[in-house]
Design a protein around this ligand. Structure first.
Ligand SMILES: N[C@@H](CCC(=O)N[C@@H](CS)C(=O)NCC(=O)O)C(=O)O
Length: 221
């Protein structure tokens, strides 16, 4: 039996969604973020040394990193589903978005989250806060926000070519990209095309079933 080590409101929601799309039986083991730090509990380190979610176990295998998990599940249980056929241009797009989601899209979105929290950090002496606010605002406006806008424009242009990131059908690339698109939606404004895309994936029965299993999915702002 596959066990998903699921941290509330996190990237592991994607793995539950994928398992629902594949119709593969699984169990969810829940971990709750520390309400102050929002970090994962130490118990997750017993499963994988980084203590991050998602991690899955499947028999004697322990697999971390969302992209690896998605490729493993589609390769092992997909029987050709949720991946374009070998040798097609769509497969190249699939591979690109599969790796881009965590490798390129998430870093500026995480930076925005972290920089946004610095001025209110309780460790910061109150007289430093105005300076911290000025610096983080400067970095956010001059570097992070323009980066995010460039990424969003790329997603938008890709989704004007085809309904999904790797062509006409939903694939693992969409499951990977759902998190950056959701994260961007929670930190600012998406384009109408991207909003429509999110509505399309939210309407899928497997996505809805995953929400019921995974619990509330309020992404951090
Ligand atoms: N690139 C990794 C990122 C893993 C990651 O940062 N997970 C977050 C959840 S969204 C986490 O575990 N945060 C809690 C912590 O760092 O303690 C992946 O996609 O698996």
């Amino acid at each position: 039996m596959i066990v998903v080590h699921h941290l509330n409101a996190s990237r592991s929601q994607r793995v539950i969604w994928l398992l629902e799309e594949l119709g593969v039986p699984y169990e969810v083991k829940r971990y709750e973020r520390d309400p102050k730090t929002m970090l994962a509990p130490p118990a997750l380190k017993a499963i994988h040394p980084l203590g991050k979610s998602p991690v899955i176990t499947d028999g004697d295998k322990t697999i971390a990193e969302t992209g690896t998990i998605v490729e493993y599940l589609i390769g092992t249980y997909g029987a050709g589903r949720l991946i374009p056929a070998p040798g097609t241009p769509e497969l190249l797009r699939y591979n690109y978005w599969m790796h881009y989601a965590e490798g390129s899209a998430m870093p500026p979105l995480v930076m925005k989250l972290v920089f946004g929290k610095i001025p209110d950090s309780p460790q910061l002496p109150f007289f430093i806060r105005p300076i911290a606010r000025l610096i983080t605002k400067g970095v956010t406006e001059s570097y992070i926000d323009p980066q995010i806008r460039t990424h969003i424009a790329l997603w938008d242009s890709e989704l004007t070519k085809s309904p999904f990131f790797a062509g006409a059908d939903l694939t693992g690339a969409d499951i990977m990209m759902s998190f950056p698109v959701e994260a961007a939606a929670s930190r600012g404004t998406l384009t109408p095309r991207l909003t429509e895309y999110l509505q399309t994936i939210h309407a899928r029965p497997a996505y809805q079933a995953a929400l019921k299993t995974g619990g509330p999915y309020e992404l951090l702002r």
